[in-house]
Design a protein around this ligand. Structure first.
Ligand code: F6R
Length: 611
């Protein structure tokens, strides 16, 4: 984050960093140019509060220009030395950086030859020293910065300040996010609007390979070559309180509770007279009607949202629907073309793997539709069309409400394509729309029905492994349940298609092993329900402890399950929205029972902007 203005610079930076901490939290640092012209840098390994405590004990002098950074380590471990900002020009210039400068080793060798020395293992310090060297030569921050960024390869967002030019912050971006916040007599730079939304909702997007020179009352954007650019302005819809914890014990608890609203907001304005409408979707209907395949690209939870929705999409649209992990997709010479609709699903809209896959797909001539939650994000801007989920800011690192909103948006897309292609009967469409509209209340019901889960999680706090089983549309939910448990409670967890167990994984069943089984509806998926009951018997015979997530009134499962968590009735394709809720709550509660940080699990960052 960068700031220039009359406000309390350190306060602005620290509160902004708090909202950005989900991006990385292994170290944090600030640089503030004091009013008497001294560049002050403070940085600490550990979470932001370590830095905050340090600053309380040893305050900085006030100033009106500054930078702040939270780090997720790439080059060099999380130490004070490796934390940002890094300095150049004999401690007079400070630089912060996201991404990876791929040619840093070559640049470092050049600088070492010239007699410069380094105190960290980071690629960022190489940038700081190089910009510092250019400053010594040019005595102009903008010129020194421009000369340097043109030499960097890879992905980066870089911000810099120099004590001889108080009031000026320079920034640049390539393949990594950077947004401008335009305030009244103060301006902001940040990798996400969440950092400055408490001060202004007026934002400007900076394009690829562009840089910005910012003061309290001026903003100048140019290409790396110096051509002036008119940045695209947009209004941030999120209000500042949306990113506050409120009275909740964690952001994750708050965000799970917001799932009904996230789905309702994603549907809002898109259902009219029993039909789906997408006002302002840049992709023409003719192109959408002509698709002969849908390919969903995403990572992690977003990919499970894609998998979940693929069942409904295939049924409604009548074309093959595939889901691929973005980072695998690019390296397999994929066969796609102008009639493949590529759907890039990303909460942050900044996941580098998905961004790169999106660009590759566009180069192959495929139309790309982004399903994103963050306004102005790179994937949303670069795609040919964008369908925003309106889940509001998701601060907890593990994705919860974003998953539900992504599935809802993809279901809307499926219905829309089905309408255009006339592959969906009126009756099925009307039913599906009614099911969608009923979802917020039903998800609320699933939240109420999950009240016993904290107790269950408590007795499982010493569990070493957990399995999750699902079939059909509940299979991706099993994968998602396992992912949540791995990342939040550091427990080995696996999700399986229930029918697959007998092909090998059943060997994992030890006496007492907890296995969550996601039950299909006995009324509306009777055949599958019977099959899953058989699967349960196979694992119970080997000593598994079965926790069934079943529709209310499913008495048939009772004799086979040690515990049953009920969810409201819904039609089968919509059951993931309900079954996922207890799994999210279970992972959160088990993490809490183990005394772990639910919102910021170890080793992770929410927005993964490196490949
Ligand atoms: C898991 C989680 C991640 C993200 C993944 C994609 O809880 O949050 O698996 O889903 O990193 O992130 P986005 O959706 O921002 O592209």
């Amino acid at each position: 984050m960068g700031y220039a203005g009359p406000g309390d610079t350190l306060g602005v930076l620290l509160s902004g960093l708090q909202r950005l901490e989900y991006r990385g939290y292994d170290s944090a640092g600030v640089a503030v140019i004091s009013d008497d012209g001294e560049l002050q840098v403070r940085k600490r390994a550990g979470k932001l509060n370590v830095l905050v405590d340090d600053l309380h004990r040893h305050p900085l002098k006030a100033g009106h220009t500054g930078l702040g950074h939270t780090r997720w380590a790439t080059h060099g471990g999380p130490t004070d030395e490796n934390a940002h900002p890094h300095v150049g020009d004999h401690g007079r210039l400070a630089v912060i950086h996201n991404g990876i400068i791929e040619n840093y080793a070559e640049l470092k060798a050049e600088l070492l030859d010239e007699g410069f020395s380094f105190t960290s293992e980071t690629d960022t310090e190489v940038a700081a020293v190089l910009i510092g060297r250019e400053y010594e030569r040019l005595h102009d921050l903008e010129a020194a910065f421009r000369a340097s960024v043109r030499r960097f390869e890879g992905a980066f967002t870089l911000l810099a300040v120099h004590q001889d030019e108080p009031g000026v912050v320079v920034g640049a971006r390539r393949n990594s996010p950077l947004v401008i916040g335009r305030g009244k007599g103060e301006n902001f730079l940040a990798s996400d609007v969440a950092a400055f939304v408490a001060h202004t909702t007026h934002a400007l997007a900076i394009g690829q390979d562009q840089m910005v020179v910012l003061t309290a009352d001026s903003i100048a954007v140019t290409t790396f070559d110096g051509e002036p650019v008119e940045p695209e302005a947009f209004e941030v819809e999120w209000d500042a309180s949306a990113a506050e914890k409120g009275g909740w014990s964690s952001f994750m608890a708050k965000e799970i509770s917001e799932e009904p609203e996230a789905v309702a907001d994603t549907l809002r304005g898109r259902l009219r007279d029993g039909k789906v409408c997408f006002p302002g979707l840049a992709l023409p209907d003719s192109a959408l009607a002509a698709v002969d395949r849908v390919l969903i690209l995403a990572c992690g939870t977003a990919s499970y949202a894609g998998m979940t929705a693929s069942y409904a999409l295939e049924r409604w649209v009548g074309v093959p629907v595939d889901v691929q992990l973005s980072h695998e997709f690019r390296y397999r010479d994929p066969v796609i073309g102008p009639r493949t609709l590529v759907v890039a699903v990303s909460q942050s809209g900044e996941t580098m793997d998905t961004l790169m896959a999106t660009r590759y797909a566009q180069q192959q001539g495929a139309p790309v539709l982004a399903v994103c939650n963050t306004q102005g994000a790179t994937i949303a801007r670069e795609a040919d069309g964008v369908l925003y989920t309106h889940a509001g800011p998701e601060v907890a690192v593990a994705s919860t409400k974003a998953y539900s909103a992504q599935v809802a948006a993809l279901y809307l897309l499926g219905l829309y394509l089905g309408q255009l292609r006339e592959t969906l009967s009126d009756a099925e469409r009307t039913d599906a729309v009614a099911e969608l509209e009923a979802l917020p209340d039903r998800i609320q019901g699933a939240l109420h029905a999950s009240e016993g889960i904290p107790q269950m999680a408590h007795w499982m706090a010493d569990t070493r492994a957990v399995l999750f089983l699902g079939r059909n549309v509940l299979y991706p939910v099993a994968l998602e349940g396992a992912l949540k448990l791995k990342e939040l409670a550091y427990i080995h967890a696996e999700g399986f298609a229930a029918g697959e167990l007998k092909h090998g994984p059943i060997a994992l069943i030890d006496p007492g092993l907890p296995v969550f089984v996601l039950m299909p509806s006995p009324r509306r998926s009777a055949e599958l329900h019977a099959k899953v009951l058989s699967n349960i018997q196979e694992i119970r015979a080997r000593g598994a402890r079965v926790i069934a997530v079943a529709e209310v009134g499913d008495t048939a499962v009772l004799p086979y399950a040690d515990d049953v968590i009920t969810v409201p009735l819904t039609s089968p394709l919509f059951s993931p929205f309900l079954s996922v809720v207890p799994l999210q709550i279970f992972a959160m509660e088990l993490s809490t029972a183990k005394g772990l940080d639910v919102d910021q699990p170890r080793n992770l960052a929410k927005s993964v902007t490196v490949e």
